[in-house]
Design a protein around this ligand. Structure first.
Ligand code: ANZ
Ligand code: ZN
Length: 821
């Protein structure tokens, strides 16, 4: 027997698969399809890291299994190649971003192929390819034409060192994510996309998809829908009014002061006496980060606008007005009514500054003494005032009291009655904002608009798309923070498409989200010149059946791409009979840490290079270990010992496989264990429990090792098949060496013979009203009727049921039976 020589075997099979194109997806519109998607990588100079590998190998295992189950599988890959690292590299070295990208994608492609990933390389895409970004620009134009792209002056995060406007998520602890410089704010004209118009659908349609609860909650929180009211408070001796947004208008009678955000424009229109104090406070607030400002635990600060009084429209009483930075300028109305008795932040603030705390809601809660829920009694008000002062605010709704004619009304009803009473308006508010869609940089898709003095913003004609990114030499943004494209005069100056007069191109480019918004659509038809993709092909392949990616992308990328999908659906660029969600199912993998248990980083020197692993141990060992290292969703440190274990297992399979291929064994014992493994591996892959699937394969090999010649040829085949998604090269080689025909990876996925497995008895748990009362040994696979007959005969069960009527029997096959009486 030849030694296991993975280097030779792996190259051999990779070449064969590629030459025969056996992983190419066919646009066979009649065959059952399965679309497996992984997040396409940003091709950095460092090459693939093991984090990419984990996600890609996992989905490769799934894709390989689906093919063996008879599906027409689309498992594509491409490059999300616009973005800052490549551009910053260009600024530093002068190497054109297009060249660096080419080099990096070549490297990524080589690495991916070496991992035996069964991507359909015929469908490879690259967001920086003009044939691709033509359609990214086309989508932008449609958004513009539908009024969903607009320009607005905004205070934006500004990195004085990179000279770029940063998105909020690029600012880490007040510093630029890329260079670490302290971020300041400047006002800048920006393109925005009106994603907020889709807020309700983005929130509601989550009911239609199979995402983990955790991811749905993240999406919903990001959208942050809340139902409430807009209420106006007149200002004494002034025409001005202060408008607030509140989710608790039922507490209006307890609003004892108002607070304006430091940026509120009304402040400059009010006359107050402590001008300097206010000015100083506002200056300070400007430099604080949002999370610092709203954090519950942080000490709240504020200043009263001395001499200003507002009128509570419900009580008609005068209340003070404060400026405090725990109120944000861009949420709701940028001002609040404070109800310290029923809101945590307001409570802390009122305590600190000695403001009035007036309680107006009795909570509907068990711990309330009976005598203090009589909302009509005087003592009740006293009781709650004192209780709140001691124990803190009552946050939940209940019965409104101490509130004039609304006293005695449930909170939910009082909300809208009180709103009506004071002439307020019902309002739905969203926490997320429109999406800032321009960057003053070079390495992105040019925004396809032209500014003409006469015609204002004019779209580039569709026949003139793509607006190509011109080749330049100097990649640095201008000192004013404009894109370096502003310096390319012969590119900027154009004729207005509408009046043919002198005009100028928009020099901002799109953010790096733009290309990844819709990339999964392009894979359906990557070479199409006339459309972003043929609707027939979209209709066939979409929705994506299973999308896996990082936890860091389940808020923004997921939200943005769902938005763009819905938009394209609305304008008919996507077949209407498709449903309005792009991804049927989404999962997320955990991060791989360095061997030292810390995030991998260059500076720590704990980065694992997949090339080295493959050279030293083999691709199959790398694949197997990456899937075996621990639960797929969890953060796991890299462990070289585990890798060696994987390699040993493969060597063992190599030895056993070589022996068995000459044997004429036929052990029923081995067959049974094998079929258990088939069942377990089949099920575990579906729930991403790769680690337990592999340990099952290992256990089988341990038993097999005791009598290597006992395995029948048929069983050897089945074993190779279920191992092949994990170790495709080794299994292919053993398949061939055993004289079996065809490719192992193209065989039919085996079915576990349940009769074989089911000979042993199993325990069925007996519950009565959900409590475990007994258990019974049964043959697996018995029906509910059979189980009932056996269970109801038992003495213990009879005792429990004596004198009771059976309402219902719930049967979970092979697990439990629950008798409800
Ligand atoms: C009075 C009140 C009484 C409130 C009460 C809450 C509890 P969500 O659920 O997140 O939408 N608020 C409104 N605008 C704000 C702003 N710009 N900055 C900070 N806080 C703001 O939160 C809505 C609630 O947050 C509003 O309801 C308001 O406080 C506060 F017992 O109004 B509430
Ligand atoms: Zn014009």
């Amino acid at each position: 027997m030849a030694n296991y020589n993975p280097q030779r075997i792996e190259k051999k099979w990779q070449d064969k698969w590629e030459k025969l194109g056996i992983f190419q997806a066919r646009d066979k519109l009649k065959k059952a399809k399965f679309y497996v998607l992984v997040e396409f990588p940003y091709p950095s100079g460092e090459g693939l890291h093991v984090g990419h590998c984990r996600s890609y190998i996992a989905m490769d295992v799934l894709a390989r299994k689906r093919r063996m189950e008879g599906f027409n599988v689309l498992f594509p890959i491409g490059w999300d190649a616009f973005g800052l690292p490549t551009e910053n590299y260009a600024i530093k070295t002068g190497v054109a971003p297009s060249l660096a990208t080419q080099k990096n994608t070549d490297n990524f492609r080589r690495q991916a192929k070496r991992l035996g990933l069964s991507f359909d390389w015929k469908r490879e895409i690259n967001t920086t390819d003009p044939n691709y970004y033509k359609w990214t620009q086309w989508i932008f134009l449609q958004l513009f034409k539908e009024g969903l792209a607009y320009k607005k002056k905004l205070p934006v995060n500004w990195c004085p060192s990179c000279k770029i406007v940063l998105a909020n998520e690029e600012v880490i602890n007040g510093a630029c994510e890329r260079c670490g410089a302290k971020v300041t704010k400047i006002e800048k004209e920006q393109w925005l996309l009106r994603i907020t118009k889709y807020a309700d659908r983005l929130s509601d349609d989550l009911a239609k998809v199979d995402y983990p609860g955790k991811i749905k909650i993240l999406q919903k929180d990001w959208i942050g829908r809340s139902e409430g009211a807009e209420i106006e408070f007149p200002i004494k001796g002034s025409q001005e009014k202060i408008k607030v947004f509140t989710t608790r208008p039922d507490t209006l009678f307890g609003a004892t002061y108002l607070v304006l955000a430091p940026e509120h424009e009304l402040i400059s229109k009010l006359s107050f006496t402590n001008i300097n104090e206010i000015k100083t406070y506002i200056e300070k607030a400007k430099n604080k980060k949002e999370i610092e400002r709203i954090a519950l635990k942080k000490d709240k600060t504020g200043v009263e606008l001395k001499g200003v009084k507002a009128i509570n429209p419900a009580t008609k009483g005068e209340i003070p007005v404060w400026v405090a930075d725990y109120v944000l300028s861009h949420y709701g109305e940028g001002s609040i009514m404070s109800v310290p008795a029923h809101d945590e932040r307001d409570f802390q603030f009122a305590k600190k500054y000695g403001l009035i705390i007036e309680s107006v809601v009795i909570p509907s809660h068990k711990g309330v003494p009976r005598e203090f829920i009589d909302y009509k009694k005087k003592e009740t008000v006293e009781y709650w005032r004192n209780r709140i002062k001691l124990n803190g605010p009552v946050l939940i709704g209940g019965i409104v009291f101490n509130s004039g004619k609304f006293t005695g009304m449930p909170s939910e009803k009082a909300k809208w009655e009180i709103t009506k009473f004071v002439g307020g308006k019902r309002k739905t508010q969203y926490r997320f904002r429109d999406w800032i869609f321009s960057r003053q940089r070079y390495w992105g898709e040019p925004i396809p608009l032209i500014f003409c003095e006469k015609c204002s913003w004019v779209p580039v004609l569709e026949k003139d798309l793509p607006v190509r990114l011109p080749e330049i030499k100097d990649y640095k943004p201008t000192e004013k923070g404009e894109s370096p494209l502003a310096k390319v005069k012969n590119w900027v100056n154009v004729k207005c498409p509408s009046c043919r007069g002198q005009a100028k191109r928009e020099t901002d480019v799109m953010p790096n989200w733009a290309g990844s918004n819709w990339y999964y659509l392009r894979y359906c038809d990557p070479k199409n010149n006339r459309k972003l993709a043929d609707p027939k092909k979209i209709k066939y392949w979409l929705p994506v059946d299973w999308y896996n990616g990082g936890m860091e992308h389940v808020t923004l990328h997921l939200l943005y791409s769902r938005f763009i999908f819905k938009f394209l659906w609305d304008i008919g660029a996507i077949p209407k009979n498709l449903g309005s969600e792009p991804y049927k199912k989404r999962t997320a993998h955990g991060v791989i840490l360095g061997g030292d248990g810390v995030k991998m980083s260059k500076s720590r020197g704990n980065i694992i290079n997949p090339d080295k692993i493959v050279e030293q141990h083999s691709t199959d060992a790398m694949r197997l270990y990456t899937m075996f290292m621990g639960p797929f969703g969890e953060m796991i440190p890299w462990d070289m010992k585990g890798l060696i274990g994987a390699r040993r297992f493969l060597e063992k399979v190599w030895r056993l496989g070589n022996q068995a291929s000459n044997a004429k064994g036929n052990s029923l014992r081995l067959k049974k264990i094998l079929h258990k493994a088939i069942k377990k591996v089949s099920e575990d892959i579906e729930v991403l429990k790769f680690n337990t699937a592999i340990s099952t394969l290992m256990e089988f090999s341990n038993t097999w090792q005791q009598t290597p010649l006992d395995l029948s040829k048929e069983d050897l085949k089945d074993f190779l098949k279920i191992l092949s998604p994990f170790a495709p090269h080794l299994t292919e080689e053993l398949w061939e060496k055993s004289g079996f025909t065809g490719f192992c990876c193209q065989q039919k996925w085996p079915k576990a013979d349940l009769k074989l497995i089911r000979e042993e008895k199993i325990n069925l748990i007996i519950q009565i009203n959900g409590k475990v009362r007994d258990k019974i040994e049964i043959n697996p696979g018995i029906s509910q009727k059979e189980a009932e007959n056996a269970v109801l005969k038992r003495e213990r069960v009879k005792k429990w049921l004596a004198g009771k009527k059976i309402k219902k029997i719930i049967f979970v096959p092979e697990k439990l039976i629950n008798i409800v009486v």
